[in-house]
Design a protein around this ligand. Structure first.
Ligand code: G3H
Ligand code: 13P
Ligand code: ZN
Length: 341
């Protein structure tokens, strides 16, 4: 039996993005694969009064089971409402359940039929006309159910679920108007120099600061500006937006890890992007790294520990702090839960 997201307290992204555009901030899109990550995202977003997009990749569906994840998201909405009631908050934060990097019509349809309020159809690795065709098919199905759709133009390097791209291709501003018009997407992911994972730039693309830490080249804001001019008022999405927090890299490497030259997008650049047409910023890797750093440290400092709650609990606490900081200091989404609109 298909279930509509409206019956489980979720929202599509349309109002969220309209407010984010007007308010010059970006809505956080955080990936989750397990209970601790989901609890941390919800806790941080309720406490900072931030709208939030919960993202599930097809890798997450394989790892944790698609049915379980969907019910977890439904449970997360209830958890948020209970927290808000207990804290005496006046209004509920908007929560979207989104498919990250959907690659087939069937996958997008299955998510829509199972309570997702938003889907990404990522045809960015296909020829332009094929991307248009696939995206149109998903939009037609989603529109009838009031589900929002994110498309992508331009290829990000790194791993996008099962699609691996060695090289990135920047989005071509001359294609965006035609793509948005023909497909009817609600938002567009673009490629301006970000990439997925913990190694976003090769050391030879970077300089080093006085401490020897890699300083990456700036994102292509010129391309973003050209796109903004062509698509007036249209919500843009930034994937691959983890900063690869250097404190986490140091902790991981000091406790048996090997993450040499891991580097991400500097937070000041994301802050700048959030003030532009970028209405959704995707962050997954930073969460993975903060969890890993916390767990590695506990394993080294307390080798006798064997209760998962004693390492996953602290990992969850560290995640909460990280997400709160992102909402407040990077995305600007804290306090923007709709009461201000
Ligand atoms: O875009 C990639 C996301 O970080 C999801 O990664 O496919 O390993 O779950 P994943
Ligand atoms: P990061 O790997 O930079 O966290 O990007 C996540 C992402 O784009 C998910 O779609
Ligand atoms: Zn992505």
């Amino acid at each position: 039996m298909p279930v509509s997201y409206k019956d489980i307290g979720l929202e599509n992204t349309r109002d969220m993005f309209r407010r984010a555009f007007a308010g010059q901030y970006a809505v956080p899109a955080y990936n989750f694969n397990n209970m601790e990550q989901l609890q941390a995202i919800i806790t941080a977003c309720v406490e900072t009064r931030s709208p939030v997009i919960l993202q599930i990749s097809s890798g997450a569906r394989k790892y944790a089971d698609q049915t379980l994840l969907r019910y977890m998201a439904e449970g997360a909405v209830q958890m948020a409402r209970e927290m808000e009631k207990a804290k005496g908050f006046d209004k509920a934060i908007p929560i979207t359940l989104h498919l990250d990097h959907g690659d087939t019509f069937e996958l997008a349809k299955s998510c829509i039929d199972n309570g997702f309020s938003s889907v990404m159809i990522d045809g960015s690795h296909l020829a332009y006309d094929e991307n248009v065709k696939l995206t149109q098919q998903v939009v037609a199905y989603a529109r009838e159910r009031d589900v929002s759709v994110e498309g992508e133009l331009g290829v990000l390097a790194g791993i996008e679920d099962d699609v691996k791209a060695e090289k990135s291709t920047y989005t071509r501003p001359d294609e965006v108007v035609d793509f948005v018009k023909r497909t009817g997407v609600d938002s567009l992911a673009i490629s301006i120099g970000t990439s997925h994972g913990a190694y976003k730039f090769k050391p030879e693309q970077c300089t080093r600061d006085e401490r020897g830490i890699l300083v990456p080249p700036p994102l292509r804001f010129d391309i973003l500006e050209e796109i903004e001019k062509k698509l007036t008022g249209f919500p843009i999405v930034l994937h691959g937006a983890s900063s690869v927090i250097q404190e986490a890299v140091t902790t991981i490497n000091a406790h048996g890890g090997k993450m040499k030259d891991a580097v991400g997008v500097p937070e000041e650049q994301l802050r700048k992007a959030a003030r532009s047409a970028v209405c959704k910023i995707n962050i997954d890797t930073d969460g993975r790294m903060v969890m890993t750093a916390t767990v590695r440290k506990i394993f080294v400092d307390s080798p006798g520990e064997f209760d998962p709650r004693k390492y996953l609990g602290p990992a969850r606490s560290a995640l909460i702090e990280m997400y709160k900081r992102k909402n407040r200091e990077v995305l600007g989404s804290a306090g923007r839960y709709g009461a201000e609109a």
